[in-house]
Write a protein that binds this ligand. Structure first.
Ligand code: CMP
Length: 147
């Protein structure tokens, strides 16, 4: 089964939206296989956003990501990259459809509440910054055969 990686950004935690956001994935039948509450180090922020190094928003983004605790999550589902990005909505909250996480709760690009990997390769790279292989837990969801 395919896995992706998401981070609930510091403003999602400060705004008390952890439960609201995770509920949307659970409700859809997506399995949580890794979950951590942590305050990202500078180094972790820089590794995560390495592909954006040099872009105009890089400094703002990395400073923001280091501004408070986050929730790092590994999710598992069929077609998980597309499914999770569909639930999250477009990167720019202005373009995110109503009903998506960003479409309902986000206002600006940098503080768009949640990061979700854009491919299986980046998911692998990103989750390895935060999780060891033995921290990803294999188990059966009760509803697994009914979705
Ligand atoms: P995220 O999914 O975390 O991946 C990169 C982040 O850069 C993105 O969400 C936004 O929070 C942030 N960002 C800020 N400005 C821009 C921009 N102009 N284009 C794309 N991403 C941006």
């Amino acid at each position: 089964m395919e896995r992706t990686f998401i981070i609930l950004k510091p403003n999602a935690v400060r705004r008390g939206l952890i439960g609201e956001i995770l509920r949307r994935f659970e409700q859809r039948g997506i399995k949580i296989v890794g979950l951590k509450f942590l305050w990202m180090t500078r180094e972790q922020c820089e590794r995560l956003y390495e592909p954006h190094l040099g872009k105009s928003f890089y400094e703002d983004l990395t400073n923001f990501m280091a501004s408070g605790p986050v929730v790092a999550v590994v999710l598992e589902a069929p077609r998980v990259i597309e499914m999770v990005r569909h639930i999250v909505g477009a990167t720019d909250p202005l373009k995110a459809e109503a009903g998506t996480i960003r479409g309902e709760f986000a206002l600006t690009l940098t503080k768009n509440l949640i990061h979700a990997s854009d491919s299986l390769e980046s998911a692998q790279r990103e989750m390895s910054i935060f999780f060891n292989e033995d921290e990803l837990i294999d188990y059966e969801l009760d509803i697994q055969n009914d979705i």
